[in-house]
Ligand binder design. Structure first.
Ligand SMILES: C[S@@+](CC[C@H](N)C(=O)[O-])C[C@H]1O[C@@H](n2cnc3c(N)ncnc32)[C@H](O)[C@@H]1O
Length: 314
């Protein structure tokens, strides 16, 4: 089914996600704790109407976490994972083999804009944090719609950074003023605008997805938010805290360069002077939080809006 010929590289270059540190933090550790199990099992999965023999396509699958999680519901079906990054596909394939699960999987290198899949051949096309990284999300959604059977589901799980509560809770705990908070939020939006202008995607796409589904001809049947809250309260022994601490301890230099923050900020209209102010604030946050974590005093609750859009092919 998978044919990786004629790949056009778009958006973030191949290699971005397979960078060792990025992969470890964002595609592995974070994914392990991304979903609350009760929400996943009792709320999310039932919305997908999966049958034992359903065929699932995970678009922009990364290391394949989502597809693997869904596989147990389709023991007589199949999970196909596609991603532009060949190193991630290689890792996803070997994890699928190593997990010794009996599900049938097919991982392949492919572009979400040109899926190597027949029309109306899968029961569920799903993506998680993919649309936020592509230049033309509507085109990707249309491809997902094309390959989905009539009556089948197209699902997108995409965040909306504009609603990140981090700007309130953590910063307040660090003694930042309202002015600091407002500036940080504004600078983050400038960064997101720059990312979009450069064709690298839209970090605020979550709440726009339902309308894009409608535009692509899908019937929107449900829109939800996922219920995971990232919280860090001493003594930091909750499930997932190891990941949150690691994320918090990342030096701003790493974020600025590896996550292209600096490049995006300038592309969004930021100036050198504002960048220095933004970066120095991040440094201050980093230093104070590190000190507070060491003293077991740091506390933060980050509510990240992640919108789940469920569409039906009609
Ligand atoms: C943030 S990661 C999410 C990975 C996975 N869905 C998850 O939740 O763990 C985004 C993924 O989309 C892939 N990607 C970006 N643009 C793509 C495209 N045009 N076609 C296929 N995959 C793409 C990247 O290589 C990366 O693995």
């Amino acid at each position: 089914m998978c044919d990786s010929k004629s790949l056009e590289k778009k958006g973030l270059a191949e290699g971005y996600w397979s960078d060792e540190k990025i992969k470890e933090i964002f595609l592995d550790k974070q994914r392990r704790y991304l979903w609350n199990e009760d929400y996943w099992r009792n709320v999310f999965v039932p919305l997908l109407n999966l049958k034992q023999d359903s065929v699932i396509l995970d678009v922009g699958c990364g290391l394949g976490f989502l597809g693997r999680k869904l596989a147990e519901y389709v023991p007589k079906g199949k999970v196909i994972g596609i991603d532009l990054d060949s190193k991630l596909i290689k890792a996803a394939k070997s994890t699928a083999v190593a997990s010794e699960s009996k599900y049938i999987s097919d991982f392949c290198v492919s572009d979400a804009y040109k899926l190597p899949i027949d029309n109306e051949s899968v029961d569920l096309s799903i993506c998680q944090t993919l649309l936020m990284h592509v230049e033309k999300p509507l085109e990707v959604i249309s491809e997902m719609q094309r390959v989905t059977k009539l009556g089948g589901k197209v699902v997108a799980i995409e965040p909306d950074y504009a609603g990140l509560s981090f700007f309130n809770t953590a910063y307040e705990a660090l003694g930042f003023s309202l002015n600091d908070l407002a500036k940080m939020w504004y600078w983050e939006m400038v960064r997101a605008l720059g990312k979009k202008k450069l064709g690298m995607g839209d970090d605020n796409i979550g709440s726009k997805v339902p309308y894009l589904f409608f535009k692509s001809g899908l019937r929107v049947v449900d829109v939800r938010c996922f219920d995971r809250v990232f919280w860090l309260i001493p003594p930091y022994q909750q499930k997932g805290n190891e990941f949150e601490l690691q994320l918090l301890m990342l030096p701003p230099e790493f974020l600025a360069e590896k996550l292209n923050m600096r490049t995006y900020f300038f592309a969004g209209g930021g100036t050198e002077e504002k960048w220095r102010e933004y970066f120095n604030t991040m440094k201050r946050v980093h230093e104070i939080s590190k000190e507070q974590v060491e003293k077991m005093k740091f506390a933060a609750v980050v509510i990240q809006t992640v919108v789940i859009t469920i569409g039906e092919k009609i």
